[in-house]
Design a binder for this molecule. Sequence first.
Ligand SMILES: CC(C)(COP(=O)(O)OP(=O)(O)OC[C@H]1O[C@@H](n2cnc3c(N)ncnc32)[C@H](O)[C@@H]1OP(=O)(O)O)[C@@H](O)C(=O)NCCC(=O)NCCS
Length: 150
Amino acid sequence: MGKGKYEILEMMPTPNDYLALNYSVGWEKVPHEPSIETALQNSLICFCAMDGEKLVGFVRVVGDGSICFYIQDLIVHPDHQRKGIGSSLMDAVIKYIKKNAATTAFVGLMAAVGVEPFYEFYGFKRRSDIRPGMDMLLKRDDNINHTGDN
Ligand SMILES: CC(C)(COP(=O)(O)OP(=O)(O)OC[C@H]1O[C@@H](n2cnc3c(N)ncnc32)[C@H](O)[C@@H]1OP(=O)(O)O)[C@@H](O)C(=O)NCCC(=O)NCCS
């Protein structure tokens, strides 16, 4: 638990609550709303910060559950920031990874500009210029048989 009255629960939020929290911090990135439930379900673990019935913070971990983990979607609603919720969510994530990781595991995340000090506290380091991160948005190819038969 953080400094306040908030509860950190291991659970999946509803897609609507997840979206509302994303929008609250200006993240309008969700490419395909009907896929959110599947995406959340396929996470290794989800943690919600609750103020009573209200979702005020969220984080999830994706990855292989052994040697490779990515921390995804760490969000605290602007009305509830700087009250220790983000730290409590990160504590839950680190505890989960330490319990489930192979002896040594890679833990990655994408930090927003300015938020790096928050993550540095947990031991994350900025990537060097000779090992930059890269990403892309890839469109599904509807000519491919998605049943996995081909
Ligand atoms: C980043 C974020 C999750 C932090 O959550 P939070 O609940 O406000 O964080 P905490 O209250 O636990 O902060 C603990 C300490 O981390 C540091 N910290 C918190 N937010 C920070 C920020 N935005 N930048 C730099 N340091 C920060 C401070 O030292 C803070 O201690 P203090 O309040 O005593 O000064 C929250 O600001 C957020 O949701 N931001 C928008 C979405 C986002 O950028 N998410 C991160 C994805 S990269």
